[in-house]
Design a protein. Structure first.
Ligand SMILES: Cc1ncc(COP(=O)(O)O)c(C=O)c1O
Lengths: 147, 414
């Protein structure tokens, strides 16, 4: 059960039950839908960017505890970050989950998701919000898929 | 709970025939409850594959040498084994395919190109179908202009004959449906549907993937025009399956794929096609797969499909009762007649999270939409957890499942 407790920490369960920044933005500068066909996670994410900085993020997520918690924690961290910082954060987040040496480098609250690394089938759940955010930043139409 | 009554002692010991089931999972005994996705293989099948490759393998229908003749005999003997298994009148009515998906695509495409379907004609499916019995018909629709209608299920997941025939009109040319649902385990009244369809000269295709592992099937008694199943769900290898098609149809429909073995004579102007089944088996087939499938059918026949069905029924009822007794479980589908599968959701926890916890407890279940998104929509859930059984499944596997669900509760509701 220990690695399960690492995966489903209280913080993660809390975010998945009460996601922060849930809902939709009135006037987003970008919107995207993300879908993980494997487990049916579905997220619609709005982002508001001004002068190269993320001012606001909101999302509507239907999915497993991991994807909803990841979206919630991510959205909390992004406000005020530049686009470059955001992309860098995603890269470090991916490194933590799938990189060769499992380092959690300046990931702040996202570090609670480090346990996902031990569950390769679930990595896509954790990264779906970031993939969707990236699509929203590009304001891509259509749906990004993890498969 | 007490051990279920009505179990067959011989089948209870069949588990020892499946080497993989001895493998511990995350340090626990494996409770493999995903046979509906693909079944494990008995030693008899593994041995048949190895023996065939070691002593009789060559290409079929091609060589004049003894080995090729023997391999051809084995391949054709496998066809005869499938014929007997389905009680088809003639071996030529059995076409080997990659599986049920390929078989349904074959039928949909050949029918589509046959000129038998006109724009506005109708194909009736059911809401419980696997995507492999939906999408090929949509491809055919795009090519022919037919309309697709879907028969509804009731709240318990039953699809009765009337529900099917409510969708039938003067324009209906074909009804395609699964004999047993891969999501709810609902057994459809295949015999009644096919008989009524035949009276009205409507073709029928029955997807038997989830039926043949659990029940005896007789295509003559069903009166279907097509019947298909995948070998890998019947303890056989993956990459092999069979299509039964009544001879008149197979002999008159256009071929599906072109290539070697399916022709009579080829010139650059014109090619004439071989009679069935060769007409539908272009290229080198899955020779060893057919031999392995025959071994799997022989294995099942040792116990008898009806005996297996009765035994599994006892185990499945036990599973339903165990799950029903878990507070947070809601069964998705409570069909009057069930075979093979039980779908459920766990209150407040996404199926994917439930699946991950169960995996660590050694319990392998399938979570997701089970390639049946219209069925998920019917029940108003995005996904379910599905426990499905095979000949080797014991009541103890469902005990492990129920215990695992206790762990889910512990983790998510501390
Ligand atoms: C009812 C049903 N039909 C069709 C299929 C497709 O079988 P295959 O993937 O072996 O072609 C499946 C398997 O998942 C099934 O359960």
């Amino acid at each position: 059960m220990n690695d399960l407790r690492d995966l489903y920490q209280e913080v993660i369960l809390d975010h998945s039950r009460n996601p922060r920044n849930a809902g939709r933005l009135a006037e987003p500068s970008g919107t995207a839908k993300g879908h993980n066909p494997l487990c049916g996670d579905l997220i619609t994410l709005d982002v508001l960017v001004e002068d190269g900085t993320i001012r606001d993020v909101s999302f509507d997520a239907k999915g497993c505890a991991i994807s909803v918690a990841a979206a919630s924690i991510m959205s909390d961290m992004l406000k005020g970050k530049s686009l470059a910082e955001t992309h860098d954060l995603f890269r470090r987040f991916q490194d933590m989950l799938t990189g060769p040496d499992a380092v959690a480098e300046n990931l702040d609250k996202l570090e609670v998701l480090a346990g996902v690394r031990e569950f390769p089938m679930r990595v896509k759940c954790a990264t779906l919000p970031f993939h969707t955010l990236r699509a929203a930043l590009d304001n891509q139409s259509g749906t990004v898929q993890t498969e | 709970m007490n051990a279920p009554a009505g179990q067959n002692p011989e089948i209870l010991s069949a588990r020892a025939d499946f080497p993989l089931l001895a493998r511990p999972m995350h340090g626990r005994p494996l409770a493999f409850l995903d046979s509906a996705a693909s079944a494990q293989k008995p030693r008899a099948v593994l041995d048949a594959l190895r023996d065939f490759y070691e002593s009789e393998y060559a290409n079929v229908h091609r060589g004049v040498y003894l080995l090729s003749a023997q391999a051809t005999d084995r391949y054709e003997a496998a066809r005869e084994t499938v014929r007997r298994f389905l009680n088809a009148p003639r071996a030529e009515e059995i076409v080997f395919t990659r599986g049920a998906t390929e078989a349904i695509n074959l039928v949909a495409e050949s029918l589509g190109r046959s000129g038998r379907f006109e724009p506005g004609d109708e194909v009736v499916l059911t809401v419980l179908e696997h995507h492999s019995n939906i999408v090929p018909w949509q491809l055919m629709r795009d090519a022919t202009g037919v309309r697709i209608r879907a028969a509804v299920a009731d709240a318990a997941g039953n699809v009765d004959v009337d529900a099917v025939f409510r969708e039938v009109s003067d324009r209906t040319r074909l009804i395609a449906f699964s004999h047993v649902s891969n999501t709810t385990g609902s057994v459809l009244p295949a015999r009644e549907i096919c008989h009524r369809a035949r009276e009205r000269r409507i073709l029928t295709l029955v997807d038997g993937c989830q039926a043949v592992p659990h029940a005896a099937v007789d295509v003559q008694d069903l009166a279907c025009d097509f019947y298909t199943f995948s070998g890998h769900k019947l303890y056989g290898p993956s990459g092999i399956g069979a299509l039964y098609g009544c001879h008149d149809l197979l002999a008159s429909l256009p071929p599906w794929q072109g290539g070697g073995s399916m022709i009579e004579e080829v010139t650059f102007e014109r090619t004439t096609y071989a009679p069935p089944p060769a007409r539908y088996e272009a290229g080198t087939p899955n020779i060893a797969g057919a031999v392995g499938l025959a071994a799997a059918i022989d294995y099942v026949r040792r116990f008898g499909s009806e005996t297996i069905g009765r035994h599994e029924d006892a185990v499945l009822r036990y599973g339903v009762d165990r799950l029903d007794a878990v507070d947070d479980v809601r069964l998705i589908g409570t069909p009057a007649e069930r075979a093979g599968s039980i779908s459920f959701v766990f209150d407040g926890v996404h199926p994917h999270d439930v699946g991950t916890v169960l995996d660590r407890e050694g319990v392998a279940v399938r979570v997701g939409h089970h390639c049946a998104q219209p069925a998920m929509r019917h029940f108003g859930v995005p996904a379910t957890i599905r426990a499905s059984l095979g000949i080797y499944t014991h009541a103890a596997d469902f005990d492990a499942l129920a215990d695992g669900l206790g762990k889910v509760k512990e983790l998510f509701r501390p």
